[in-house]
Design a binder for this molecule. Structure first.
Ligand code: PEP
Ligand code: MN
Length: 337
């Protein structure tokens, strides 16, 4: 980190800052310009309270030179990480497709969807058993019963499974039934939940928060990994902007940006990003073309009667067509399904 002093800061002000830094066991390096003095700080900056330094006379600003996240940082871990989910490996050589209903509604509904997404080539079955709905009066999910159906459907059709968790109670239940847990956009900065997800031992899909910057998202991933769980996959699912034509705005630039900053895999969810089924296929192709490690797609046997997110869900026919249409993009990205 660099501390920039205000122009013409007097020597005693510079000394006061260096003493404050050194008293915390860090080293300082002074660079005196004609007008501005800057103080380089070397050492564990967690020992320093930035706000207190900013309060000292003649301090202009603090400029970080390394990111606050370490374990997810590509600088310290250049090789891409692969994450194993059941018998499937998410990583550089494969395109992972997670598909299924927004919410598990009934056993029959889940089984018919699982059969169809498997036949189309998906490797992971998604389905929400705990639904973080905007309204408390909307369908909230089947909870543990839904997790049980996910396990049964996964076993029946040879699919790995992922479910969102929204509480410690949900994590405790999920570890008994599913192969991967999901932290949804609304919980991306629920730091206690992130820690508990880290402790669960299950691989974690971490969705980007509705208004999260990439740095905030990577810091959220750092929370999970710092609990000793390196199996984190990131999911871009759109962010809130001024545009209202789509449910959110899909930030595809996040894919190459994330690639440049972290070794963690990244997948894209065009369903929650757009909220409209007809926009899902073009953005799914674009995501693969720009290097995403996978996709999360909502698929429903009867979208018109879905208990949640029907308008963005693909029918079986549309999902089949998308999976076929993805082939040239998969080949271009030198991956296999
Ligand atoms: C979901 O995947 O079911 C979901 C609620 O997504 P998000 O957290 O991205 O809104
Ligand atoms: Mn949904």
């Amino acid at each position: 980190m660099i501390i920039v002093m205000k122009p013409h800061a007097p020597e005693d002000a510079v000394q006061r800052v260096t003493k404050a830094v050194e008293s915390k066991g860090l080293e300082t390096h002074l660079s005196r310009g004609k007008e501005v003095t800057i103080i380089g700080v070397v050492g564990d900056k967690n020992r320093l309270c930035n706000d207190n330094i900013l309060l000292l006379p003649f301090v202009d600003k603090l400029v970080p030179i390394t990111e606050s996240y370490k374990l997810v940082n590509k600088k310290f871990h250049p090789e891409p990480t692969t994450v194993t989910v059941g018998n499937h490996i998410i990583g550089p050589n494969t395109l992972t497709v997670m598909a299924g209903p927004c919410a598990v509604e009934t056993r029959e509904q889940l089984f018919i969807i699982a059969r169809n997404v498997k036949a189309a080539g998906a490797q992971i079955l998604r389905g929400g058993a705990y639904k973080p709905r905007t309204s408390p009066y909307s369908f909230q999910g089947l909870e543990e019963e839904g997790l049980r159906y996910m396990q049964e459907a996964g076993r029946e059709f040879g699919l790995n499974t992922i479910c969102e968790v929204i509480s410690q109670e949900a994590i405790n239940a999920a570890v008994k039934y599913v192969d991967m847990i999901q932290i949804g956009a609304r919980n991306m900065q629920n730091f206690q939940l992130l820690r508990e997800a880290g402790k669960s031992g299950l691989p974690v899909l971490l969705k980007r928060g509705i208004a999260a910057t990439i740095d905030e998202w990577l810091n959220a991933a750092e929370y999970i990994i710092s609990e000793g769980n390196p199996n984190v996959v990131l999911c871009e699912r759109g962010i809130r902007t001024y545009e209202t034509a789509t449910r959110n705005t899909l930030d595809l630039s996040a894919v190459p940006v994330i690639r440049s900053k972290t070794h963690l895999p990244i997948i894209v969810d065009p369903s929650h990003a757009t909220g409209v089924y007809s926009y899902v296929p073009p953005l799914a192709k674009a995501a693969v073309a720009c290097g995403a490690d996978g996709l999360m797609i909502e698929v429903h046997n009867d979208p018109e009667h879905a208990l949640s997110d029907g308008p963005q869900s693909l029918t079986f026919d549309r999902f089949d067509r998308l999976m076929e249409d993805l082939n040239p993009y998969i080949q271009l990205s030198e991956r296999t399904l």
